[in-house]
Design a protein around this ligand. Sequence first.
Ligand code: SAH
Length: 361
Amino acid sequence: MFIHESTIEELKEFFLQLNEPPYRAEQLFLRIHKHLSLSVEEFTEFPKKIRNYILENHLFPVLNLNYYESVDEGSDDSGTQKFIFEYQDTKESRSRIFESVWLVSEKRRTACISSQSGCSLNCTFCATAKIPFKGNLSTWQILQQIYQMIHHRNKHVDPKEKLTNVVFMGMGEPFYNYDNVIKAAKILNHPKGLNIGSRHITISTSGVIPGIERFISEKQPFNLAISLNHPFNEERSMLMDINTKYSLSDLLKVVKKYTQIYKRNITFEYILIPDVNMNKEHINELVKIAKSIRFCKFNLIPLNTNFNNWRSPTQEEILKFQEELRNHGVLAFYRGSPGKKINAACGMLALQKGISNELKV
Ligand code: SAH
């Protein structure tokens, strides 16, 4: 076990084995998930004996912050920052590397985090698909991306800045790492941790139906987003090969079930690629889908990469597409591509360093 991915109950068990009183469990949970200590030296309320036990048994590993880069001041997405983390597992002699992004808007401070190192899916438009897949992140590796970003921001940017939202929209498919992702989300939501509201934590899936089914049957309170990306089954399969496993019509059935049970909007992410999914017939079909689901909204994301000879839509094309959906009564939002200049926007996470390549830490 690791102490930074254990629930309070699991920590009670841990202290019982050490013949320590159970109140230590909550104390340790607070130390790690509320005060965000990243070093055992900071566990000053714990006797040396316990601290040494943790150190000697390697129960509290940390990620290396390998690289970070910010969007230049003055840009409308300034405040966006990209972080690259690395973890060298001494037992397995393998290294895992993954990215996270900190996003700043008027009302929100959002951590966009990874659930896997690389991704096992093969979406044709996504840069993460082009790098080797190195496996699922453990719960502590998911959480520590956030804790380290907060440390960094509080130290270098604003000591008072507070995280408001978390999105599982970095590298990887969260529902292929279901247990670790849900455990991390629960710890983020815990009153003795960062206490991020469950409606402020969003899990985004490419459409892994068994994961969605499980999420619904467990009544998980977090927000769900679906990367829809195309309204027609065959063409969707060409963009996202997961669609050959879990078809669009089955996906839409389970989405409908979610909205009926949760009575809240599902978010559809929709990548915008001219000539591929932005024509009249696509709009008409999206309107049909929206009318049948009823509780849904669309987040429009312009294509940020340049594979397959596709191009990104112009501002005018994006706004026209949005307006057409809105004219049909469909909720459609567009929030730009924050972090595009530093390879930090949607679908760009592929461990490329941005403009300058020097190691900054
Ligand atoms: N695997 C999960 C989590 C990743 S979220 C999922 O698919 O939902 C990343 C989001 O970025 C997805 O909605 C995806 O469709 C979008 N995306 C991927 N590549 C992109 C690109 N090149 N341009 C714009 N958006 C992209």
